[in-house]
Design a protein around this ligand. Structure first.
Ligand SMILES: Cc1cc2nc3c(=O)[nH]c(=O)nc-3n(C[C@H](O)[C@H](O)[C@H](O)COP(=O)(O)OP(=O)(O)OC[C@H]3O[C@@H](n4cnc5c(N)ncnc54)[C@H](O)[C@@H]3O)c2cc1C
Length: 448
């Protein structure tokens, strides 16, 4: 990482979300010089905690998943162990009832009724004898694993709302790791050791920091050092010479020479900012990548509590919301005494009719959906706030792996570039994956 005159080159990190911040964190640990460039006036990307009067709430239902012991150890150290274990269930709202998600046989038996339960079990038990469809799309995948009954009740409708595409047009990779748990082992664990043991078996341990998920990003930003972070710095051009990124342009005016570049800004945007413009083939592929955006409607309530869940999913297409969570259930400090709040998520595309709705109409819409289900009474609503997130979910369509392979092959041709993160690498990643990937990138940067 020395330049021709023998001095150390800056690592230029594009984007100050979790991927950019954790890359900076590991660079700082190795004493490598770096600067993070973030377009917004704050870092944290789509993983932030917002404030409204005495309430705090996150940009969506974020939890820290204890899936990678190395990352967990690092996070506990950074937060000086100020994280609490969350043992509340993730649930799905079905026909006025709450079904645990990931599914488990005992809980489904209680909530579905015996006829549907027997039918769904029969479908799952006989899956070995059914030929799996040759087309590896999400619809075929879930029907094979869960059978028609559970797929139709909970999975296909929910996924179509979340991704805005037919499940037959989506890759089975959108399943992530949550669609597990419907096994005899889970049944026994729940029966013998209770629901908490079942949650741990299916999801793993979930943790939440005091004062919101965004605290993780704030603490990591502190470790990076404010002198190494430039906010209000939008990357507007990436100048290259076909095998190296030479300069970046910031806010359309400033041109900076680069050392090693780690990009976490949306992959399609990165390619479109390249100058000279890449081939038509690369450009068309980049432009065909799509992200799902997200509207968050937070309602502040004059009421002690609403739910007993970590979060609740809504597969029913009648409702625009896909998920709610109650921040106070994650940490008491998220709402003042005697009051609570609910954060509702509405996935959509920027520019959709719903995206363009006025904030007061969105607050009204979510209030009436929640009150029609009996969750709240409109008289309890003290206030509401709407937030809009860009690039929340990379849409993994049937051809996405080929597209990403093509774009990666092209970008691998640049000696001083790495791409990472959920938006930067266009992968359906969680925070622990992102943090581990950042460490690997910094470890791989040649120091001498
Ligand atoms: C609703 C929701 C809930 C989630 N829940 C969890 C969870 O419970 N647990 C978990 O582990 N993960 C969760 N995730 C996944 C993941 O942790 C987050 O998506 C995370 O924010 C991704 O980080 P990132 O840095 O890759 O992207 P982003 O957070 O999108 O950050 C990218 C950054 O780049 C900046 N940027 C973009 N363009 C430019 C430009 N031209 N110039 C400069 N800066 C630019 C953006 O402003 C942004 O700050 C969740 C994601 C969402 C959307």
């Amino acid at each position: 990482m020395l330049n021709k005159s023998g001095t150390r080159q800056q690592i230029v990190i594009l984007g100050g979300g979790p991927a950019g911040l954790t890359t900076g964190y590991y660079a700082q640990k190795k004493n490598l010089p770096f600067t993070i460039y973030e377009q917004n006036d704050r870092v944290g990307g789509n993983s932030i905690t917002l404030k409204h009067e005495d309430f705090m709430f996150d940009s969506g239902a974020h939890l820290f998943l204890d899936k990678d012991p190395r990352v967990t150890k690092e996070i506990f150290e950074i937060l000086e162990s100020h994280l609490n274990k969350i043992s509340l269930p993730l649930q799905t709202y079905y026909d006025g009832k709450l079904v645990d998600f990931p599914f488990s046989p005992l809980n489904l038996m209680v909530n579905l009724g015996i006829r549907k339960f027997i039918k769904s079990n029969f479908e799952i038990a006989t899956k070995k004898f059914r030929k799996r469809s040759a087309t590896d799309n999400f619809a075929n995948y879930v029907k094979h694993v869960y059978g028609e009954t559970i797929s139709d009740l909970f999975l296909l409708n929910y996924s179509e709302k979340l991704w805005g595409k037919f499940c037959s047009d989506l890759s089975s990779k959108i399943a992530g790791k949550l669609l597990t748990g419907f096994t005899f082992k889970t049944f026994l664990i729940e029966l013998l050791r209770g629901r908490e043991a079942k949650i741990q078996h299916t999801v793993g341990n979930m943790y939440y920091p005091e004062k919101g998920f965004g605290t993780i990003m704030e603490k990591i930003a502190q470790r990076c050092g404010p002198e190494n972070i430039r906010i209000n710095s939008k990357i507007t051009k990436i100048l290259h010479d076909d095998n190296e990124i030479r300069f970046i342009e910031i806010n359309g005016v400033e041109k900076l020479k680069t050392g090693f570049v780690v990009s976490t800004i949306p992959l399609n945007l990165f390619i479109q900012l390249m100058d000279p413009t890449p081939s038509k083939n690369i450009l068309t592929t980049a432009k065909s990548l799509q992200f799902r955006d997200l509207i968050l409607v937070t309602l502040f309530l004059d009421r002690e509590t609403v739910t007993d869940s970590a979060s609740i999913h809504f597969p029913n297409p009648e409702f625009s919301i896909t998920r709610i969570h109650e921040p106070k259930n994650r940490n008491k400090s998220m709402a003042p005494t005697g009051k609570t709040s609910l954060v509702a998520e509405i996935p959509c595309f920027e520019g959709d009719r719903i995206w363009l709705k006025k904030d007061k109409d969105l607050i009204q819409q979510v209030s009436s959906e929640l009150s029609s289900m009996g969750w709240i009474e409109t008289g309890e609503i003290l206030d509401g706030i709407v937030s809009r997130l860009h690039h929340a979910y990379p849409i993994l369509d049937l051809n996405y792996q080929n597209k990403i392979k093509k774009l990666r092959n092209f970008l691998d041709g640049f000696d001083n570039l790495k791409i990472t993160g959920r938006t930067g690498a266009f992968e359906y990643l969680s925070f622990h994956h992102i943090m581990r990937a950042s460490e690997k990138i910094i470890d791989a940067i040649p120091i001498h």
